[in-house]
Design a protein around this ligand. Structure first.
Ligand SMILES: [Zn+2]
Ligand SMILES: [Zn+2]
Length: 142
């Protein structure tokens, strides 16, 4: 009589937010959109659409990394020479990250460098600044 032979129910299932495509940690759901506070980005347009940076005016981090440079198992020259630039904002805390690279790097990791931003050509997609010439009529003092 004490042995009920009743199988316990499986534990409750928990809803999970999608992983951040930069750091692969679970995002949080804040103000109707998924957000990764660590990477400083959020996805206001939902799934399958690019996200936005929390601080869009911050310049990009200048740390670069060649994750496969000394990897003897990578035979493809192009892959070995691939240079990834951290996508986080300049002066961010913690490790450097790139969405094409599962894993992070620090300034002490091998095959890392800092881009000299002074030498950097402006991005080809950057729009030229909009120059508006405004001529206001002279207003006589009353
Ligand atoms: Zn993240
Ligand atoms: Zn970085």
């Amino acid at each position: 009589m004490t042995d009920t032979k009743e199988r316990p129910a499986p534990p409750a299932i928990e809803a999970r937010a999608p992983d951040c495509p930069i750091c692969w940690r679970e995002t949080s759901f804040v103000d109707d959109c998924f957000e990764c506070e660590d990477c400083g980005c959020y996805w206001p347009k939902g799934f399958d659409e690019p996200g936005e940076w929390t601080e869009p005016d911050e310049p990009q981090c200048t740390s670069t990394h060649q994750p496969f440079k000394d990897n003897p198992y990578v035979r493809d020259q192009e892959t070995r020479e691939q240079v990834l630039r951290c996508v986080l904002d300049d002066g961010h805390a913690g490790e450097h990250r790139h969405p094409d690279h599962i894993g992070e790097w620090t300034d002490a990791s091998p095959n890392t460098a800092r881009l000299d931003v002074e030498d950097e050509a402006p991005a080809p997609s950057a729009k030229p600044p909009l120059v508006v010439d405004v001529h206001l009529p002279e207003v006589a003092d009353a």
